[in-house]
Design a protein around this ligand. Structure first.
Ligand SMILES: [Zn+2]
Length: 282
């Protein structure tokens, strides 16, 4: 699933490539992807894109009309959604890559981009709204570790009295915005904390370490992705991960074998020596 470092770079790429251009056509090929009824995708035609920003793991494509009113396209990528950029948008509506074409947006200079979904269950969703906060998932977003409001005190405040397992809490978008399965594994490994520890039972020292690791892991990944085109972001991310999806490899810190376990139905990885005092998770 796309997480904040890659989505941040995607938003930067789209801002650089679309700002100031007019929307010429919008085709939504899978109607269920569109979660709002009004306004319609056709209402975007003739509007100018004024920027693309990141909201947690989502992007906000902001447009303005000649009258000055703004309309936002909020895209949630789900598990396997992404963007395919075209310097020259293909004619017709054939898909241009492996993934299913969910929607294609054409711009006034002939360029354009596809919203795609490579998963079995098509989970990419699109909201057209006057304000981003009209989308419930945006209104409920928690603290963003890449944002200015993030500090150790704010982080600790969210963990206090939470009996949830720390890996689940890090991935809960209403607690922390932008973290998923991959970066929660990386953050917990960097902080040397077991993923199944309850948040409220972490020591003050562990909470401080985890706050630092959360900010550092995401900030370093974001900076490392800068300038990487959307088509290469996924591979670049996977190549840079230290524990996530590295089952059987040697831990880069202690050389113990990275282990895998199932967390909320997904495969997750950890280092027993660094994180669980040698214990293996079921
Ligand atoms: Zn280790």
């Amino acid at each position: 699933m796309p997480e904040s470092p890659e989505v941040q770079e995607l938003a930067s790429f789209l801002t650089a490539h679309t700002t100031g251009r007019e929307v010429r056509a919008v085709d939504v090929l899978l109607p269920k992807a569109l979660k709002t009824q009004h306004p319609m995708p056709a209402d975007l035609v003739g509007r100018r894109i004024i920027g693309v920003s990141r909201l947690g793991k989502m992007i906000d494509i902001a447009t303005t009309a000649a009258s000055g009113d703004t309309l936002h396209v909020i895209v949630h990528f789900g598990h396997d959604g992404w963007v395919l950029w075209h310097d020259v948008a293909p004619k017709g509506l054939k898909r241009a890559g492996e993934a299913t074409l969910m929607a294609r947006i054409r711009l006034s200079d002939g360029s354009g981009f596809d919203l795609t979904d490579a998963g079995q269950w098509k989970a990419l969703s699109i909201h057209l709204v006057a304000s981003p906060a009209d989308v419930p998932a945006v209104a409920k977003l928690g603290l963003d570790p890449l944002g200015d409001e993030f500090d150790t005190a704010a982080f600790a405040g969210i963990l206090a009295n939470r009996k949830k397992q720390i890996k689940a809490l890090l991935q809960d978008q209403t607690s922390f915005a932008g973290i998923g399965n991959a970066y929660s594994d990386e953050i917990l490994h960097a902080a040397k904390i077991s993923p199944v520890t309850h948040a409220a039972s972490l020591s003050r020292d562990a909470v401080d370490r985890l706050a630092d690791a959360t900010r550092d892991v995401l900030a370093e990944a974001t900076s490392a992705r800068r300038g990487v085109p959307p088509s290469e972001l996924r591979a670049t991310k996977h190549a840079a991960l230290r524990v996530h999806r590295k089952t059987g490899a040697a831990c880069p810190v202690c050389a113990d074998e990275i282990r895998e376990y199932t967390f909320s139905g997904a495969a997750a990885q950890y280092c027993p020596t660094c994180q669980t005092g040698g214990a293996l998770l079921a």
